[in-house]
Design a binder for this molecule. Structure first.
Ligand SMILES: [Zn+2]
Length: 189
C-alpha cells in the first residue's frame, strides 16, 4: 500500500498504545520502514540510460525490507532506542507485519503485477507469499482504509492531545490539536 497508509497504521497503533512521544515515533517509523527498499528507484532511474543500468528498484523493492529478518532488525533497533523497550519493540515488530499484510492484500501494480512477499529472504529466497485476490494499489479498499486511519488519527489528536505533527514540530502539533478541541470541545479525561 501507499507509504502514507503504512505510516498511519503504525501511528494509530502507537497512539492507542499509551506509549510516550519518542516511542510513538519509533513504532510509526517501523510501520513504513520496509519501504526503504524502494529508495533504489533513484539509482535505477539515474542509470537507466547507461550501459550498465543498476536495477536496484526492480530487484530489491519488496525484497530487502519485506521479510522476517528485517522485522527482527527493526525489533532490535526499536528496543535499542526506545524508552519502554520491550513494548515498543513488540509493537514495532507487529506494525511491520501489518505492513507486509497490507502489501500482500492491496498492492497490485498498474500492470497487474502481484507483489510477492519473500518472507524468509535471504535464507529461503524462493519461498514467496502471494494472495491471488490482491487488489490494486489505487483500488477503493485502500482509500477506505486510509480514510478510517485518518479518522482515527484525528480522534486521537482530539482525545489524547497529540498528532503525527509532533514528530516534526511541537508547536504545529499543538495548533492542530487546539483547532480540534476548539471545534469539538475538550474531551473528558
Ligand atoms: Zn511495502
Amino acid at each position: 500500500m501507499h507509504p502514507v497508509t503504512h505510516f498511519l497504521v503504525g501511528w494509530t497503533v502507537a497512539g492507542a498504545s499509551g506509549l510516550e512521544k519518542r516511542d510513538r515515533a519509533i513504532v510509526s517509523i517501523a510501520g513504513i520502514a520496509p519501504d526503504f527498499d524502494g529508495a533504489g528507484v533513484v539509482v535505477e532511474l539515474a542509470t537507466r540510460e547507461s550501459n550498465t543500468p543498476l536495477l536496484w528498484w526492480s530487484e530489491y523493492h519488496h525484497v530487502l525490507g519485506h521479510n522476517l529478518a528485517f522485522g527482527l532488525i527493526v525489533f532490535l533497533a526499536a528496543a535499542l532506542f526506545a524508552r519502554r523497550r520491550l513494548l515498543t519493540a513488540i509493537l514495532s515488530f507487529f506494525v511491520l507485519h501489518l505492513h507486509l499484510l497490507c502489501d500482500l492484500i492491496g498492492s497490485r501494480g498498474p500492470d497487474g503485477f502481484q507483489w510477492p512477499i519473500p518472507y524468509f529472504w535471504p535464507f529461503l529466497p524462493n519461498v514467496e507469499w502471494v494472495w491471488s485476490h490482491q487488489w490494486a494499489l489505487n483500488a477503493w479498499p485502500n482509500f477506505v482504509i486510509t480514510i478510517v486511519l485518518l479518522s482515527a488519527t484525528f480522534f486521537l489528536a482530539w482525545k489524547k492531545g497529540f498528532s503525527p505533527l509532533e514528530i516534526i514540530s511541537n508547536q504545529a502539533d499543538q495548533l492542530f490539536v487546539g483547532a480540534f478541541r476548539k471545534r469539538f470541545g475538550t474531551p473528558q479525561m
